[in-house]
Ligand binder design. Structure first.
Ligand SMILES: Nc1ncnc2c1ncn2[C@@H]1O[C@H](COP(=O)(O)OP(=O)(O)OP(=O)(O)O)[C@@H](O)[C@H]1O
Length: 576
């Protein structure tokens, strides 16, 4: 466990070792006074006359050790914390680097709560390991270890007696570990669940209020918070008895030494001064052992978190190379593509979107349309087959190279809490203010930007909450227009917007799509009547393909879909 974490210490590994050395000296200073005490009480035991000068010297040594212990302890802690927090920083940067290489879809599935917990709380908990358990724990175990060895040179029988409590204490500690490990998984899972629920509860508050789901939502919240409490208590409950046992047995190094040692002295197997010395040494080891133990209780939890972090870090990265895009054109090809989240949802999809053409995907909810779009923008790796852009497999180019060629306009429109100008500029960071304004104009944003007090310099608010859904959509379209990628993947918004907004959005989309290779997930069928090709997706397979006229004439799933939509929303809309 220490080794794994120390790999991230980098240049601070030496600082960690220095902190261990300083702590070792510190703990030694906390044990030496017991030797001085022995020197103070030894003369009467050996029948020597006490020397006041020497006694004063031993007393001064006790005080000096106390001062040195405090100084070394502070220095050791300052070194260990410097090393620990630098290692935590390295861990966070490394985790971010690994996550960046993993498929975006996989990252999103983990949930904001879980990821936030890993980045903050879980990594923070490793501080206990690096700043305390490693330097303090090690020093507090090492010094008693050497003291026990020294005891053997004094009197091996008495030394053995003072070690007698160790096996009992260690057995109790082992039992605690075993019991704790069996529960820590449940505890950790419940913490993760609670985190995700809290994040979801906060994010979904608006929906909860609108649909009067306060009761339901609160019940789930309450249930997961209660679950966390129950699992935590269950975990503590199995650990507490063993903790109490080893905490009381282990430091009692005089448990056997005092009664049995006195018997040995009476029987002349040992001497009184040796017994006094061994007892002093034993008492000296009690406090460091207790301190070392205080860290042990948390170790199963820390170990579990390190394991979870390792798992996250070692998840398969997205298949990609460093190569730039070198496709011959921007024709998109799906070649017998299979894909599974857990169960397979796409079963051998083959399709071609010729450069400069519009292909529309239609189908019932859950048929696999969004998954196809996400695969094209490489949110996930296909589980079978291949997706090519201009003949080049997506896995044979870097994600950045692919991103330069494709704009994905999804239903989730995320705006950063910065100015609208900067939000649009995110499409092409090198764009001038004039170019951003031009993109905003093309995306029909001026209509609402002119109404805002600070125009395009208005702050978007947390997640773009200052704007209406339609306005947010247009800002995102402006971003895509500015990016000007040759391939556009458009997941049409299902959320209904008012007629004015819809007209603006359709105009922005037309501007964005002019002359591009287009894959559109169409929820409103009237918008794709002029598509070069319409694919009807059903249960992860292509059920029908052709133009609108051809498919209407042919009959089958497409015509059924059109009739169903006609019935539900009317067909008298203007084509895009
Ligand atoms: N992250 C995920 N994890 C597991 N299963 C998923 C995930 N996302 C989608 N699915 C499943 O994959 C199947 C296809 O989903 P997909 O979102 O591609 O359908 P869709 O046709 O785009 O639906 P809609 O029109 O409602 O957006 C569905 O059965 C869905 O439940």
């Amino acid at each position: 466990m220490f080794k794994k974490v120390l790999e991230y210490a980098g240049e601070y590994r030496r600082t960690t070792y220095a902190s261990i050395a300083v702590m070792l000296l510190g703990v030694l200073m906390s044990v030496l006074p017991y030797f001085s005490i022995y020197r103070l009480i030894a003369p009467p035991l050996t029948g020597e006359l006490a020397n006041p000068g020497q006694s004063l010297l031993w007393a001064a040594a006790i005080a000096l050790c106390g001062v040195l212990y405090a100084l070394l302890y502070v220095k050791g802690l300052s070194l260990s914390h410097r090393a620990a927090y630098s290692t935590l920083r390295n861990l966070r940067v490394s985790l971010q680097g690994r996550l960046e290489k993993q498929p975006l879809g996989v990252i999103k599935e983990k949930g904001t709560g879980t990821l936030k917990k890993m980045f903050t709380d879980d990594i923070d908990s490793i501080e206990l390991l690096l700043a305390h358990a490693l330097p303090e724990g090690l020093a507090n175990v090492a010094v008693p270890f050497f003291v026990f060895i020294a005891m053997f040179f004094v009197d091996w029988k008495l030394a053995l007696l003072s070690l007698c409590s160790l096996p009992l204490g260690l057995a109790a500690m082992g039992a605690m570990y075993q019991a704790g490990t069996s529960k820590v998984g449940d505890y950790y899972a419940s913490a993760r669940k609670m985190n995700n629920t809290i994040v979801e509860y906060i994010n979904g508050m608006e929906v909860v209020k609108v649909f009067n789901r306060d009761g339901d939502s609160y019940r789930r919240f309450e249930q997961d918070v209660r679950g966390y409490r129950d699992f935590t208590l269950a975990w503590y409950k199995v650990c507490w008895p063993w903790m109490a046992l080893y905490n009381s047995i282990l430091p009692c190094v005089a448990l056997f030494t005092l009664p049995v040692g006195a018997f040995l002295v009476l029987k002349d197997y040992s001497t009184l001064p040796d017994l006094a010395l061994v007892l002093c040494m034993s008492f000296g080891t009690g406090a460091p052992l207790l301190r070392a133990l205080s860290f042990l209780a948390a170790m199963p939890q820390v170990s579990y978190k390190i394991h979870a972090l390792e798992q996250l870090m070692s998840a398969l990265p997205l298949a990609q190379t460093e190569a730039p895009f070198s496709g011959r054109d921007h024709t998109v090809t799906f070649d017998r593509v299979h894909f599974a989240y857990r169960e397979e949802v796409l079963h051998g999809i083959s399709l071609t979107v010729p450069e400069g053409s519009l292909t529309a995907l239609v189908g019932e909810s859950g048929s696999g349309k969004s998954t196809l779009a996400k695969l094209l923008v490489h949110y996930y790796d296909v589980t079978g087959g291949a997706i090519r852009l201009g003949g080049q497999d997506l896995r044979d180019m870097s994600l950045q190279a692919l991103n330069d060629q494709i704009s994905y306009v999804s239903q989730e429109q995320f705006l950063f809490n910065t100015s609208l100008l900067e939000n649009i500029r995110a499409g092409r960071l090198t764009a001038t203010d004039e170019e951003v304004m031009e993109a905003a104009r093309k995306a029909q944003c001026m209509e609402f930007l002119d109404r805002l007090p600070e125009g395009i310099h208005t702050m978007a608010g947390d997640g773009g909450k200052q704007l209406s859904g339609g306005e947010r959509q247009r800002i995102c379209l402006a971003r895509a227009i500015l990016k000007d990628a040759p391939v556009i993947v458009l997941d049409e918004a299902t959320a209904s917007v008012d007629a004015d907004n819809e007209q603006y959005i359709q105009e922005a989309i037309s501007e964005l799509c002019r002359g591009k290779t287009l894959l559109v997930i169409a929820h409103r069928l009237h918008t794709i009547r002029d598509a070069d090709q319409i694919l009807v997706i059903r249960d992860g397979r292509i059920a029908q393909r052709g133009t609108h006229d051809l498919l209407m004439e042919e009959g089958g799933p497409y015509r059924d879909l059109v009739s169903a939509r006609e019935q539900s929303q009317g067909w008298n809309r203007r084509p895009a």
